[in-house]
Design a protein around this ligand. Structure first.
Ligand code: KIV
Length: 297
């Protein structure tokens, strides 16, 4: 990340690129990533100075109301990613490949990742999984698509994992996770999300990898951190992971605003003159005249 970049007022700053993200790790600068799913919030995330916007498939849970991320489709993702790229261009924009969009065949992965870049204005894609997606990641990178990897708790496998649980708790499982991460780096991934893993595992992975680690529930030693926007803003009450820090509680603020609208309308205070369109007296009179019965005979 160059001198113009990192924190502060965003819009006039330079576009964040994949090389910027790699350079941040080398320079020991922390990387920030936040999810967004629409234009309005993409603008706000950009204005905060955050480095990377992830259009996460958490869309399924926090916006579309599904119990997991599994039902999310490629069309859902492209629609929302397009909305995000119309709201923010400075952050690096990463589209999350949804379940079923990259597992069956490398050609699916290439086709769907290209949709993120061509139709939705994303700069990169994210793929969940370890050794089993290494060749997919290699094919994407070889074909010019920047890939963020994602290991640890991979929510698309929630049924197989038995819930949203901490991963890599044993030495053996942690070693496998770090080996997977190294294989993903070797395949060309430019960064890797570590989700819900013990902090010492994330620290060891971060030390051994030359690409940046971006933690969520993975302790302070990762090269960067990501959270889900609706958790940060207190907009999603159904499920609150231990690692999600609420920086604002917008739920009650939104409800209060809507209650005041409701009361104003019911009691005739809204809309007032300020929020209504006037009409010239002459035009109003001519309109009223037009309804008067014409004299006959
Ligand atoms: O979908 C998502 O929001 C994610 C983050 C939690 C990393 O994958």
């Amino acid at each position: 990340m160059d001198a113009q970049y990192g924190g502060g007022t965003a819009p006039q700053q330079a576009k964040v690129t994949v090389p910027d993200v790699l350079a941040a790790k080398r320079a020991g600068r922390k990387i920030t990533m936040m999810t967004a799913y629409d234009t309005a919030f993409a603008r706000l995330v950009e204005a905060s100075g955050i480095d990377i916007i992830l259009v996460g498939d958490s869309l399924g849970m926090v916006v579309l109301g599904y119990p997991t991320t599994v039902p999310v489709t490629m069309d859902d993702m492209v629609r929302h990613a397009g909305a995000v790229s119309r709201g923010a261009r400075r952050p690096l924009l990463v589209g999350d490949m949804p379940f079923g969009s990259y597992q069956a065949a490398t050609s699916d992965a290439l086709h769907n990742a290209a949709r993120f870049l061509k139709e939705a204005g994303m700069d990169a894609v994210k793929v969940e999984g370890g050794h089993e997606v290494v060749e997919t990641v290699r094919a994407l990178v070889d074909n010019g698509i920047a890939v963020m990897a994602h290991v640890g708790l991979t929510p698309q496998r929630v049924a197989q994992l038995g819930g949203f649980k901490v991963q890599a708790k044993t030495g053996r499982a942690a070693r496998k996770l770090i080996d997977d991460a190294l294989a993903l780096e070797d395949a060309g991934a430019f960064s890797i999300v570590l989700e819900s893993v013990p902090a010492p595992v994330a620290r060891l992975a971060t030390e051994r990898l030359s690409i940046p680690t971006i933690g969520i529930g993975a302790g302070v030693d990762c090269d960067g951190q990501v959270l889900v926007l609706h958790d940060v803003l207190g907009l999603f009450g159904d499920f609150k992971p231990k690692f999600a820090k609420r920086y604002a509680d917008l739920g009650p603020i939104v409800i209060d605003a809507l209650k005041r609208f409701d009361a104003d309308v019911r009691e005739g205070r809204f809309p007032d003159a300020e929020h209504s369109f006037p009409m010239k007296d002459t035009e109003r009179q001519s309109l009223e005249e037009s309804f008067k019965p014409r004299k006959t005979g």
